[in-house]
Design a protein around this ligand. Structure first.
Ligand code: PFF
Length: 449
């Protein structure tokens, strides 16, 4: 355990760094895509229930575990339990970080291509069909998307090497509010497009006949993914949180902010989808096709497009930093590598996985695993299986294996902060969260037979 472990600067620092991890492509790219493919309004409602009932308690559990263990996710489990028995939970988290980065890194590369497109060509002369064709033509190319991915992941590696505290904390303070403002402006324009109200109906009128166990599993997976849970990210970040920070308060703030951004992204995207006659279940390309169409309808669209894609890249970066930090902290602390070596080896491994993921959308598209491309497999296996199961293991560990007085001391900062919710939190973590995750899984298994 290191005595001099760096800590984020104050409440605002913690909020911004944790929200920086949570708010990313998962909100603006993945959430609308999941929503469109899972029937709209009902998914939205189930998603929020999952975020509150499953997500918030697990985030608090992860923060507490990390701050108590003062180490990476594997080390924290070892330090807190005093044994090696639970280290596998941490390993599963680290593996998950690699797999997520494998497909997430590809989409990060796309964001850079779109920054470039926005600056050099603008989207103004393109019709919705042109935009859709251009996106497909780009994403199936063998080399170009991979080069963007390599560039993005190299920047990511450089920032992690510079240290999370200064670079990320400082930039997040300006960039996150800017991203919010832009999404609100886009939302306003999208809503006022002709036919845009149908998009709102799709979003807010839940059609429960569309709800299957698959939809619930997807909503739960999205909650884990969006809140960066179930893989040790918030545990690793928890180890950098100062002992004076109110963990419960931070959890609420991060969850509210993250959900708000997802909701705003959906409000910016779906009215435009309906107005332009795009298929709402279009898939991963949704944000990349729909939003440029909205820019085309706003005065100054050229500038908005650039700003949006720059900020989207930055939102993605603050998330990939947290993912690489899980890997770097693990390799440097457990394998005694220097941080530099750890970050570089981690990045090189991620690039290799990402190259296959990118190719699986183009030249290797005939290569299917369980009927899915490698790209989709990485996304589905992490969000729907590894994150919920690792999250389940972490909550069981925190709720059952840590003495309650010790856990309470951690959450109340040695009794200096109030945590009237503590009993409810332990109860939820012991019974409700595990039950909810298990029921969703069993239901899903049954639906296969
Ligand atoms: N929460 C991020 C997003 O919504 O884009 C993605 C992510 C980051 C997932 C960190 C998991 C993680 F540990």
């Amino acid at each position: 355990m290191s005595e001099k472990r760096v800590s984020f600067g104050g409440r605002m620092g913690v909020l911004l760094v944790a929200a920086g991890s949570a708010v990313g492509l998962g909100n603006i790219w993945r959430f609308p895509c999941e929503l469109g493919q899972n029937g709209g309004g009902a998914f939205l409602l189930i998603y929020f229930i999952c975020a509150i009932v499953i997500g918030m308690p697990i985030m608090l559990a992860e923060f507490s575990l990390g701050r108590m263990g003062q180490s990476n996710v594997v080390g924290a489990l070892k330090n807190v339990s005093g044994s090696n028995k639970y280290k596998w939970i941490g390993y599963s988290g680290v593996l998950c970080a690699f797999l997520i980065m494998g497909f997430y890194g590809v989409v990060c590369g796309w964001t850079l291509e779109y920054v470039y497109q926005a600056v050099v060509f603008g989207f103004s002369s393109m019709t919705p069909t042109d935009l859709s064709t251009a996106f497909t033509a780009f994403s199936v190319q063998p080399v170009r998307p991979i080069l963007w991915t390599i560039l993005f992941l190299s920047i990511n590696c450089a920032v992690v090497l510079l240290g999370v505290k200064n670079g990320i904390e400082r930039s997040s303070k300006i960039l996150m509010p800017m991203l919010l403002i832009i999404i609100i402006i886009l939302g306003c324009r999208s809503l006022t497009l002709p036919g845009g109200m149908d998009g709102l109906k799709f979003l807010f009128k839940p059609d429960f006949s569309k709800v299957t166990s698959e939809v619930v599993l997807n909503a739960m997976g999205q909650a884990f993914f969006s809140l960066s849970l179930g893989m040790g990210c918030m545990t690793t970040y928890g180890s950098y949180i100062g002992k004076d920070i109110n963990l419960g308060e931070s959890v609420v703030q991060v969850t509210v902010l993250d959900s708000l951004v997802s909701l705003l992204a959906a409000i910016a995207i779906f009215p435009a989808v309906f107005s332009l006659g795009i298929n709402p279940s279009a898939g991963p390309e949704l944000a990349f096709i729909t939003l440029p169409n909205v820019f085309n309808q706003i005065p100054g669209g050229y500038i908005w497009a650039i700003l949006f894609f720059v900020l989207l890249s930055i939102a993605a970066l603050t998330s990939t930093i947290s993912l690489l930090e899980v890997i770097t902290a693990f390799m440097s602390e457990e394998w005694k590598l220097s941080r530099k070596k750890a970050a570089i080896i981690g990045t090189a491994t991620i690039i290799s996985i990402a190259a296959f993921a990118s190719l699986s959308l183009g030249d290797l598209s005939d290569w299917k695993i369980f009927g899915m491309s490698f790209f989709d497999l990485l996304d589905n296996v992490t969000a729907r299986i590894i994150m919920p199961l690792t999250g389940l293991a972490i909550s069981l560990f925190v709720a059952w294996k840590i003495e309650q007085t010790r856990l309470k001391d951690e959450i109340t900062n040695q009794g200096t902060k109030k945590a009237a919710y503590f009993k409810a939190f332990v109860f939820i973590l012991r019974y409700i969260t595990p039950l909810a995750i298990i029921i969703v899984f069993i239901n899903q298994l049954l639906s296969w037979f």
